[in-house]
Write a new protein. Structure first.
Lengths: 655, 103
C-alpha cells in the first residue's frame, strides 16, 4: 500500500518536474504525453488503492522529514475512505482536464509551462488529500496556492491577468495565515501535527480552545474555498485558461478547504459554536453568490459565482455535521462544474474568446454537441429531480433541517432560497447563450474546434447525470457512499430521517427546481433577452453587492491615501500643491518641518555630517593604505588573525 | 599486537604540516606555489580529522576527510584553470603583480 500511494504521488510530480526540466527540449507531443501520463498513472494507482484498500484505514510513513525535540513532521499519509473518494475524484477529473487541455492549448506557445504547473497542481492537491501530517498538508496547501497563482496569471503579458493572479494569491494568503496559526495551536495544545492523532485527542480539548482552533481552521478553509468574506478572488481567477478554471477553481482546489474541515471533523465537532458559524458562512455565501450569479454577463464569471454558491453548501453540510452529504455534493459538484466549465471553454474558443452571453445565441443549432453537454451540466447543477445534484443537495438540506438547533432552520431557509436561484441563473445563461435569437450568431461566426474537445466531456456528462446512484436515499443502492464512508470519524451514513420527511423534502425541492426552471424559461427564453443596462439592482448584483468596491474603500484607499501622504507631503515637504483647506491643518506641521530643516537639518546635522565625513575621509585614506592589493599581505593578515583566534581559544582551554 | 599512534603525535604532525603549508602560502610569490601551500594546509586538517576518528572510534572524521578531498580536488581544478587563464592574460604568475584591488 505504501508503494502504491507513493507512486500515486510521484506520478504527477515526475510529470511536472520532467516538463519543467527537459520539456523545452522535447517535441510538443512528448511534453503533452508526459503530462497526461503523469495524471493517468495517478488515476490508475488510485483505482488500485481503492481495490486493495477497500474501506480500511491506513497510516503509512514514506520517510521522516523534520525532527526537532518534540516537533516531528514526517512525509506520511492517512488513507481512509474519505481520502479514497477524494483522490479518485481528483485524479479522474484532472485526467479528463489534462486531455482536454491538450486540445485547448493547441495554439499556445507556452504549453510546457502550462502542463508543468498543471501536473504540479495535481501533485499538491493529492498531497493535501492524503497527507497525515499537517505540515505536509501545508506543503500541498501552499503548493496549490502557488500553482493556482501561476495559472491564473498564465497569460501574464496582460496586466489584468497578472493582477488577478496576485489578487487570488493575496486573498488566499489571508486564509493561509489563519492555517499557520492553527498549526501552531495544534502543536502547542496537542503536541502533534498528525491528523489522526489530533482527531484522537480532540475530545481532550476544552470547549473554548476547540472553538478557537475550529474557527482558525474555518478561516483557512474560507480563504481557499472563496467563501465570504474572501469570495472576491474567485471571479477574477477566471482570467486563467478555461481548463484551469475547471480544474482548480471549480472541481478541486476550492473544495480543499471543506476537505480540510471534514478531515479534522472530530476537532470541529467539539465546538457547536464553530459549527454554527461554519454553517452560517456557508448558507449566507450560498445565497450571496447565487444572487450575484443572476446578473453576470460573462459566462465564466457566472460559473465562478455558482461555484462559490455550491461550495457554500459544502460548508453548510460540514456545519450541520453531515460529512457524507458534504462529500457527496463535493463529488457531484466536481463532475458537473468541470463539465460546465469545459463546455463553456468550447463555446468561448469557437466564438474567438467571446465571454459575453448576450453576444452568443443560436448555439443550439450551431454547436449541437456542446449544447447537449452544457445542458447535462446545467440540469445537474440545477438539481433537477433524480439527477446527481438533486440527491446530494437534498441530503444537505435535509441534514440542515434536521439539526436540533433553531438557528439551523433559518439557515435551511436561506439555503432553500439559494436552491431556488440556482436553476434560475444557470438556465438564464443557458437560454441566452444557446437558444434561438434573431441577433444571435451565424454559422460563419463559428471557428472550428477539435472534435476531441467535446468528445472528452461525455464521461463527465454521464457521471454528472448519474452520480446520484452513489448515494440514493432509498432502494437498492441506499447510502452506498455513506456506508463506504462509515469508518470516517464523525460520519453518519444515514441521517435517520423518517421516510415521510424525506419524501416531503424531496418533493418540495423538486417542485422548487421545476418552478424555478419555468420562471427562467419565461424570463429568458420566451422573450428574447437583451443585454440589460448596468443600473440599479442589476449593477449591484453584477458587482456582487459591491464587495470589491467595499474592500477597495476599506483597505486599498486608506493605504493609497497614506502612501500618497507620505510620498507627497512628508517626503516632498514644500510641495505647493496642497489644497487650501488642508493648508491650515498642515501649518503646524509645516512650521515644524521648516524648523527641522533650517535649524536642525541644515545647521546641526549638515554641519555635523560634513565634519564627520571629513574625519571619515582621513580615516579611510589611512585604512586604504592597508589594502595594498598584494595577495601575500592579505594572506599574512589572515594567518595573523587566525593565530590570534587560536591563541585566545588556547588561553580559554582548561589545560 | 597493534600499536596505536597516540593522538598527540598525529596532532603534532598535522600542526607542523599546517604551519609549513601556511608558510609556503605566505612566503612564496608564485601563484602555483601558494595553491600548493593551501592544499598542504587542507591535508593537514584532514590528517587531524582522521586522527580524531581513530581516537574516538567514530567514522564521522573519515567521512569528513572524503569531503575535504573532494573539495580540494575541485578547488585545484578550478584554481589551476584560473591560474592558466591569468598567466595568459597578464603574462605573469607573480602574486605581487596582481594589485588591482589596491585601495
Amino acid at each position: 500500500m505504501t508503494a502504491i500511494l507513493l507512486i500515486l504521488l510521484l506520478f504527477p510530480l515526475t510529470g511536472g518536474v520532467l516538463n519543467a526540466v527537459v520539456g523545452r527540449l522535447l517535441p510538443r507531443r512528448a511534453s503533452e504525453v508526459i503530462a497526461c501520463l503523469g495524471v493517468l498513472g495517478a488515476l490508475g494507482m488510485a483505482v488500485i488503492a481503492l481495490i486493495l484498500g477497500g474501506r480500511d484505514t491506513y497510516h503509512l510513513t514514506f520517510f521522516p522529514w523534520i525532527k526537532v525535540g518534540d516537533l516531528s513532521a514526517a512525509m506520511d499519509v492517512y488513507y481512509d475512505p474519505l481520502a479514497a473518494v477524494m483522490i479518485l475524484m481528483v485524479t479522474f477529473v484532472s485526467s479528463l482536464i489534462h486531455l482536454y487541455s491538450v486540445a485547448f492549448m493547441r495554439d499556445d506557445r507556452d504549453y510546457v509551462r502550462y502542463f508543468c504547473y498543471l501536473n504540479l497542481f495535481v501533485f499538491a492537491m493529492l498531497v493535501i488529500t492524503l497527507a497525515d501530517n499537517l505540515l505536509f498538508v501545508y506543503l500541498g496547501w501552499e503548493g496549490m496556492g502557488f500553482c493556482s497563482y501561476a495559472l491564473i496569471g498564465f497569460w501574464y503579458q496582460d496586466e489584468v491577468n497578472a493582477n488577478a493572479g496576485r489578487k487570488a494569491f493575496i486573498c488566499t494568503r489571508i486564509g493561509d495565515v489563519s492555517f499557520s496559526i492553527a498549526l501552531a495551536f495544534c502543536f502547542v495544545l496537542l503536541h502533534s501535527f498528525s491528523i489522526s492523532q489530533i482527531n484522537a485527542q480532540a475530545s481532550s480539548l476544552s470547549p473554548y480552545l476547540a472553538t478557537l482552533l475550529s474557527l482558525l481552521l474555518l478561516g483557512a478553509a474560507v480563504g481557499k474555498s472563496a467563501q465570504l468574506p474572501l469570495t472576491v478572488w474567485l471571479p477574477d481567477a477566471m482570467a486563467g485558461p478555461t481548463p484551469v478554471s475547471a480544474l482548480i477553481h471549480a472541481a478541486t482546489m476550492v473544495t480543499a478547504g471543506t476537505f480540510l474541515l471534514m478531515r479534522l471533523f472530530p476537532v470541529v465537532q467539539m465546538s457547536p459554536t464553530a459549527m454554527l458559524v461554519m454553517a452560517g458562512v456557508g448558507a449566507v455565501t450560498t445565497l450571496y453568490a447565487g444572487a450575484a450569479a443572476l446578473a453576470q454577463w460573462d459566462i465564466k464569471r457566472m460559473l465562478a459565482y455558482s461555484t462559490i454558491s455550491q461550495v457554500g453548501y459544502l460548508f453548510l453540510a460540514v456545519g450541520a455535521g453531515d460529512i457524507v452529504g458534504g462529500t457527496f455534493h463535493l463529488v457531484s459538484h466536481a463532475f458537473f462544474k468541470a463539465l460546465l466549465f469545459l463546455a463553456a471553454g468550447c463555446v468561448i474558443q469557437a466564438l474567438a474568446e467571446e465571454h459575453n452571453i448576450f453576444r452568443m445565441g443560436n448555439l443550439r443549432r450551431l454547436m449541437p454537441q456542446v449544447y447537449w453537454l452544457f445542458l447535462a451540466g446545467a440540469v445537474s447543477l440545477s438539481a433537477f429531480p433524480l439527477l446527481g445534484g438533486y440527491f446530494s443537495k437534498d441530503r444537505i438540506l435535509l441534514a440542515t433541517f434536521m439539526h436540533p438547533e433553531l438557528a439551523y432552520k433559518v439557515l435551511w431557509f436561506i439555503a432553500v432560497v439559494a436552491a431556488f436561484l440556482t436553476p434560475l441563473y444557470t438556465f438564464r445563461v443557458f437560454f441566452v447563450a444557446f437558444s434561438k435569437r434573431a441577433d444571435g450568431r451565424r454559422a460563419a461566426d463559428i471557428h472550428p474546434i477539435p472534435k476531441f474537445m467535446a468528445a472528452v466531456l461525455w464521461p463527465l456528462a454521464i457521471l454528472a447525470l448519474g452520480d446520484g446512484l452513489l448515494n440514493l436515499p432509498g432502494g437498492i443502492g441506499k447510502n452506498f457512499l455513506g456506508n463506504f464512508l462509515a469508518m470516517v470519524p464523525g460520519a453518519r451514513p444515514d441521517l435517520g430521517a423518517s421516510s415521510a420527511l424525506e419524501w416531503s423534502m424531496g418533493i418540495f425541492s423538486a417542485f422548487l427546481v421545476i418552478a424555478s426552471l419555468i420562471l427562467a424559461y419565461f424570463l429568458y427564453s420566451y422573450r428574447p433577452a437583451r443585454e440589460p443596462a448596468m443600473v440599479g439592482l442589476h449593477k449591484m448584483l453584477c458587482s456582487a453587492f459591491y464587495l470589491d468596491n467595499l474592500y477597495r474603500l476599506i483597505f486599498v484607499k486608506p493605504y493609497q491615501a497614506m502612501a500618497g501622504f507620505l510620498w507627497r507631503d512628508v517626503d516632498n515637504r514644500y510641495d505647493r500643491g496642497l489644497v487650501k483647506g488642508a493648508k491650515a491643518l498642515f501649518r503646524p506641521y509645516r512650521a515644524m518641518a521648516v524648523f527641522l530643516w533650517l535649524k536642525i537639518d541644515e545647521i546641526c546635522l549638515n554641519e555635523g555630517a560634513m565634519k564627520a565625513a571629513g574625519g571619515l575621509k582621513v580615516l579611510s585614506s589611512g585604512l586604504g593604505r592597508w589594502t595594498s592589493g598584494r595577495l601575500s599581505t592579505y594572506l599574512t593578515m589572515l594567518f595573523l588573525g587566525l593565530a590570534i583566534f587560536f591563541g585566545v581559544l588556547a588561553l580559554g582551554y582548561p589545560w | 599486537m597493534v600499536t596505536i599512534v597516540p593522538y598527540s603525535h598525529v596532532l603534532i604532525l598535522a600542526a607542523s604540516l599546517f604551519v609549513l603549508g601556511a608558510g609556503c602560502a605566505i612566503a612564496r610569490r608564485n601563484l602555483i606555489m601558494i595553491l600548493i601551500g593551501v592544499e598542504i594546509m587542507l591535508n593537514a586538517a584532514g590528517l587531524a580529522c582522521i586522527g580524531a576518528a581513530m581516537r574516538w572510534q567514530q567514522l564521522d572524521g573519515q567521512a569528513f576527510v572524503i569531503f575535504i578531498m573532494a573539495v580540494a580536488a575541485s578547488e585545484v581544478g578550478v584554481g589551476l584553470s584560473l591560474i592558466v587563464y591569468s598567466q595568459r592574460r597578464t603574462g605573469t604568475l607573480d602574486a605581487d603583480r596582481y594589485d588591482l584591488m589596491k585601495g
